[in-house]
Design a binder for this molecule. Sequence first.
Ligand SMILES: [Zn+2]
Length: 388
Amino acid sequence: MTTNRRSFLRNAGAGAAALSLSSVLPSVAAAAEPQAGQAINAGGRTATNYLPLPANHKREGWPIASELKSKRIKYDTPQNQISWAYMKEMRENNKTRKIYPVNPYVEVYTLRENAYELFSENCDGLGDFFMHLIVGPEKAMLIDCGYGLGDVKGLCDQLSGGKPLIVVNTHEHPDHAFGNCRFDKVYCHEYLAPYLAQQNAHMFDYLFDDYGDNIWLQFDKKDLPTFKKYEIAPVKDGAIFNLGPGYDIELVFTGGHSAGHAGFLDKRNRIFYSGDNICSDVSSCGSINVPGRGPHGEQTELKVYRDNMKRLVDRMDEYDYVCPNHFMTNLENSLMTNILEACDAVLANPEGYDYKVEKWNKGGAGSTIRYYKFIRGFSVIAYGYNKA
Ligand SMILES: [Zn+2]
């Protein structure tokens, strides 16, 4: 089945039905938009909490009530409707949600007694994200730094009671690693190091237009970090980080979504923090046969992603839950076999995709096609594929 961008949204709805979660899915077409000033039942808040929406506002799904200092201007891509419904439910009704004055850009959710999900809105037009903080007996670990909007370190220190902090990255994308410069040292898989080394003082420029105005997300420019060089500490697959007696976290190489991608296995809480390799919006790997950019570009190929997924399936007795960096989280490990199944189906027949999306590149650079295959009971896997 082939489709354009419009029917992508329809397919997202079909995915929702397949998940048997349609009862919590707001019908976007049928839902009456709350009028300005009209009270709505959202955790005791009113519609006046919502960002005033310009007529051409590119929103996808219902607005989400939020007390964050940031305000969404627009998204660049359609957001998966079932993931959107999940996030709306979580952000408006999860009773553990807290915003600390030290960082008004982060909603803190308690995941476990000693583990937090730090939600922040994406500074560019892609999906909003979580950073993860694990507080061990002696040290704490921060998995990914977002854009570093607001005092990320101060927030971690407050939550951990000032324990020494180990900072690690899953991969180099801006919403995971641009905040690294708020810290002195960041650990990563060895393949990731050369990508992180490319960061520089101009990396935030793309968030602003020629007038210096924010393009996708309203926030105070002064709350972005000032770029500084920091120590990039590359480690090998299987490296262990010790947070104190009986508390080990293992870096697991999971190249696929990006070349140096890693997940982190919390052996005590039996959680696998999976980065962007697994996502209820789109589980996205690079390509069947077009290497990604940079010195380890071949690590983004679908067969690499597949083999890394197989290793995670083989280790399912070591974790019960999977926590991605975007959208649905605290997922049961059983979805791993379904992702592997989808990878195998695509590799056996790259033409057997469920739909494709063609995106027009800016500056007359033609178009790019991404192919999508449904993952049973979850979301979709996206891949590039050069037929020639
Ligand atoms: Zn990413």
